[in-house]
Every structure is written in C-alpha cells, then in structure tokens.
Design a binder for this molecule. Structure first.
Ligand code: BDP
Length: 604
C-alpha cells in the first residue's frame, strides 16, 4: 500500500483540524444521515481521551462519533479521489453524505476508499466516522470485555485492558484525500540484492497497476536527484554500480520513480524512497550488509501529553535526536505498528526498527504454578479462549503490505509476551509465521518477544523464531532490589539459551525498573534513580559476557500512560526519560556505554 504523497500526477488534501465530536451514550440513536447533534469539537489527528477535561469522555468505553466537512476543487473532480485513514482506533464505520462507504477493524493500520461516487455535486460534503474503542478476545490488542446494566436499565460496557498501556483511541493519525488519474499505479514492491564483492546491486521493482498503460518506466535517482538506473516494465530489474548502501545511523536513500505512460504521455507517477541494504541471520549473528550488528536502543510507545497515542511529529523528531545523542541505533514499535510518518523518518535517519504487530495480551491465564510450565503437556486457557487468529492474520498482511519497502525495518515481531509456554501455542503461531515468511518480499527475520515464564525449557515456539528476543525483569518483578541474584539469573538463562540454540542470536527487547524522576536514595532502593542505574549496570555486565547476545533494547524510552493499578502511579515509570522527555540520571551512564559500543562487530 502506497503512502499518500504529492507527485506530478497526484494531489493531497489534508483533513486535519477541528472535527465535531461526541461520545455515543447509547440513549438516543445517532444517524449519520443527519449532522451530528453536537457543537463540541476535537482535534484530529490525536487521541480524543486527553483533549477534554471530562473523566466521562476520557474513560468512555463504546462508540464515539466524528464529523467534518470538505469540498473538492473543480479541477480535481475528474481524478480518482481516495479517502485514506492513517488509522482509526480500533474499529471504524465511515459515512460520506450519510452513506456508509467503508468499514475497518484494527486500530493501527491504514485503510482507504474511493469516494467519487458519493460526492455531492459542487457542494460541501459531510464526512462522519463512527468508532469503537472496544477490545475483546477476538481483537488485537486483547481486552477483557464485559457488559452489565445500571439502575436505569442502561447498558454499561467495561473494558479491562489485557496490556500495560492506556487504551487511547480516536482518529489518531492523519486523514487525507489523495488523487490519482483514473488509470493509476496501485503498488510498488522493491527488493534490493547487494553484490558485496563488486559493490553493485540489483533492485527488483514490481509495480501493480489498475487500468491500462502502454508502458511503465522505472527510474532510480540518487540523493542528488541524478538518474543512476532506468528500465521498463511492471517487473523490472535495475542494476546499480558503485551502490551507496543504507547503513544504521548512516542512511542513504535512493528514489525509485515509477511512471505509467499512455501514448508516450506520462499519466501517473509515484516516487518511493528506498534504502539498499541486506539483512541476514547466520551463526548466531544478526548481519546488516554482511556485518554483525549490535542493537542499542529501546522499546517505545506512541505516547505524549495531550496527544495521547496521536501522531505527534515534533515528539517523533525529538525522540530520534535523543536516541542518536545517546549512541542508540534502534527501537521496537512496541506494541503496535507506528505511524507511517515515523517509519519514513527512521528510513531517513538510519534508525533500525523491529516492526511489531498489535498482538499484545495473548495470555489470559494468570496465577499458574510456575514449576508446572516446564512440563511438555502444560496447558492453560489462553489458546482455548482466544479467538484472535483471524485478526492476527489480517494485521500481518496489513503491516507487511504497508511497511515492506522500508529500509529501516530489519525484523518483524509477530507478538509481544504471548503464552508461548502453553500447549496450543505452536499450533497457533506456526501458520502466522508461515504467512509472514510467505508475504514479506524481502524475507526479513521473524521473532516474538518472550515473557519471563517462557524460558529455554518451557517455551514451545522458539523453533519458529530467527532471533530469540527476551523481555526480562530480574531484579524488578523477580527478586526485587536484589541485583546480585538478578545477575546470576540473567547470566544463567542467557547461557542456557545460547547452549541450546547456538545458531540463533539472542537479544533483550525489554528490561527495566520503574523509576520516579527526582527520587534519590543513599541505599540504591528500588524506584530511585540510583537503583535504575545500578540495574542497567548489572545487566550490561552480563550482556558483555555472552557471545551470541546481539542487542539491548531497554524498557522504556520514556514514561508512558497506562490504566490504573497499584503498580502504576499515573503510568509506567520505567522510562529513562520522563514523559516530557527529560532525562533521568541513567541516561548519562547509557550514553557513555552506547557511544563506546560500535554498531558493528561488538562481539568478536
Ligand atoms: C512487559 C510488557 C510491557 C510492560 C512491561 C512492564 O511487554 O508492555 O509495560 O512489561 O511491566 O510485560 O513495565
């Protein structure tokens, strides 16, 4: 799926701004054939939750309504007009001038619909969107959903998130209308193959079109706009000499420009930024451009004050600067696909990304007997209760379709902390891994991030992953405050994984400790800034001893909002930055460490 941009044949209309907004209290029926019965407004794109001072709106579970108006300038009316949502969280019904024109389920991937047939002639169009923020055992993320009836006989919907972040919702990403000619380029798939001996590359460009073109021209331009390769056809191969590689923190982006011609006239053209690089997992190493890469970075969230999970480009830009300043080179899009704008930014900045699906909360049985997990036949309720397989397949298709060409994406994370230790997990995950391997044209490595209970003895799905990605909290959730024991447990587990799976690289995708900014302790007590630093020093020491350990992505880049809970004081405080992006003490330690660890060849 192409990102909407302007080109010589395409125009964009941005629908950002103030939209009418109301929560649906389900007392009176709301019909999209009429204007929304409210004068209240909300800003788009952003989560709706933190934009009003109303507790009722912030915590609303159910449906909400959005409405805006737009007109199409006359010269554009003979073009194909496509309405496109960067995302709509979590389920959307879209009406144009009262008529339902599309529906989409899944809150973190884009969808679009052609609108020409629904426009009012020369007039003002009313766009209405109904959204649901409900999650249950069939959705991703997974939510514990229940209904009851209050004293007035009204339905009360309750949602208990099965995950550790606030259930922000709304039109959180840009909503745009883009134009194309009637015959148009529908999709472009780019697969580079590098020849490291002679410094050349073959770039395979496959173009899907709708309509008729006499021929398709494929041009590759370098960063100065100079033409460096050209060929024809919907299945084209462009050979480039002296290729400039895309490298971590040293990005180089070519432009692949595809143009469809009719009778020698260019009709539609689209430009895709493309980095040329190669990814491979071999002998316990993660290779980028044939060199062993070491991940330094973070698990993150799309989370900021007021915007909630809404698109916040200044924050994205700042976050990348803060990462680079610390010597970090990577992050994971925990726990859902991030905005397309962020992915494009990472392409430009050379930030390495592990791209994660919204499959979080796939573990519904708690309170189990830990020792039982290691039995081969251990089985809890998770894979009997969850009905997420269809949503999971859909989102794997959507995320790969959206992000397949991004140089920054080096690996897909199929899920976060699922019950991979329970019987039934392998049967659930095997088809999903097969699907992802089949769909990704660049055949990137695959992983899931594993929860502590899934150790080398109990995890039933490790054979599916290319890289072992561990979320571990020794010294925090386990043996709280006891870093000596934590160090032993960390070491023992990593050595065990390495011995059992010598060909698979191992990395940490989460480790951390809640830390209240400004809280200090002479005794290095948990929650203090001193403890956070001691904790990271302990973990780093062990990482450096393990040969196949290829990366550290800590939890979390910044403090973030969560649901209430006795372990959460206005959110999760494991950030090494506060939610306002001010550094905690540990940033200096990590900066010292990471600026001395090379991106390549750290483990000899
Ligand atoms: C892990 C989850 C992450 C949480 C983190 C924590 O993957 O979403 O925020 O633990 O507890 O279980 O801080």
């Amino acid at each position: 799926m192409l990102y909407p941009t302007t080109t010589a044949s395409r125009t964009l209309i941005d629908l950002s701004g103030l939209w009418k907004f109301m929560i649906d209290e389900e007392t009176k029926s709301i019909t999209p054939t009429k204007p929304l019965p409210t004068e209240d407004v909300i800003s788009v794109p952003a989560s709706f939750n933190d934009q009003t001072a109303s507790k009722k709106i912030r915590e609303h579970v159910g449906y909400v309504w959005y409405e805006t108006h737009f007109s199409i300038a006359k010269p554009l009316l003979n073009q194909r007009l496509v309405l496109r949502f960067g995302s709509a969280t979590h389920e959307a019904w879209v009406y144009l001038n009262g008529e339902e024109i599309t529906h989409h389920k899944g809150g973190f991937t884009p969808f679009e619909v052609q609108i020409n047939d629904y426009l009012v002639d020369g007039g003002v169009n009313r766009l209405t969107v109904k959204l649901s923020n409900m999650l249950d055992y069939s959705t991703l993320p997974v939510g514990n959903y229940s209904e009851s009836v209050d004293e007035n006989g009204h339905k009360v919907r309750k949602l208990d998130e099965n995950f550790d972040f606030f259930n922000y919702a709304g039109l959180q990403r840009p909503v745009k209308i883009y134009t194309t000619p009637k015959d148009y380029i529908d999709d472009i798939v780019v697969v580079p193959t590098v020849n490291f001996t002679d410094g050349s590359a073959d770039v395979r460009v496959t173009t899907a079109v709708s309509g008729q073109f006499d021929h398709i021209e494929v041009n590759i331009l370098d960063e100065n706009g100079k033409l460096v390769g050209q060929t024809d056809g919907t299945d084209a191969n462009v050979h480039l000499e002296n290729v400039h590689l895309w490298q971590p923190l040293n990005a180089y982006l070519y432009t692949v420009r595809v143009t469809g011609y009719q009778e020698d006239e260019p009709v539609d053209t689209y430009s895709e930024p493309v980095g040329i690089r190669q990814i491979e997992v071999k002998n316990g190493q993660f290779l980028i451009n044939e060199e062993p890469f070491y991940f330094k970075g973070f698990g993150k969230h799309e989370d900021s004050y007021i915007h909630g999970r809404g698109f916040n480009e200044p924050v994205n830009v700042l976050d990348i600067h803060l990462m680079k300043d610390m010597g970090a080179n990577s992050f994971r899009t925990s726990h859902y696909p991030y905005s397309e704008e962020m992915m494009r930014l990472c392409d430009r900045e050379g930030i390495v990304v592990i791209d994660e699906t919204p499959a979080v909360g796939l573990m519904v049985s708690f309170g189990f007997d830990l020792s039982a997990l290691e039995r081969d036949d251990y089985e809890d309720d998770t894979w009997k209760s969850l009905k997420t397989a269809d949503a999971h397949k859909q989102v794997i298709q959507e995320i790969i379709n959206r992000d397949k060409n991004h140089a920054c994406v080096v690996m897909w994370s199929i899920a976060n902390e699922a019950a991979t230790f329970s019987k039934g997990a392998h049967e659930y995950f095997k088809p999903l891994f097969d699907l992802a391997r089949k769909l990704d044209p660049q055949k990137r490595p695959l992983t899931y991030t594993s929860i502590m209970m899934a150790n080398p003895r109990s995890d039933k799905c490790i054979d599916l992953v290319d890289v072992i990605a561990l979320n571990r909290y020794y010294g925090w959730y386990l043996n709280t405050g006891d870093l000596k024991t934590a160090e032993k447990l960390t070491r023992n587990e990593l050595l065990e994984y390495q011995a059992k799976f010598p060909d698979k690289p191992i990395m940490y995708t989460e480790y951390g400790a809640d830390t209240v900014a400004g809280l200090h302790s002479n005794y290095g007590e948990p929650f203090s800034e001193e403890f956070q630093e001691d904790y990271y020093r302990m973990a780093s020491k062990v990482f450096d001893e393990i040969h196949n350990f290829v990366g550290e992505q800590l939890w979390n880049f910044a403090d973030f909002q969560t649901k209430f809970g006795i372990q959460r004081v206005q959110g999760n405080k494991k950030g090494i930055f506060t939610r306002a992006r001010e550094p905690k003490m540990v940033v200096r330690y990590l900066k010292n460490r990471w600026t001395t660890i090379p991106n390549f060849g750290y483990k000899k």
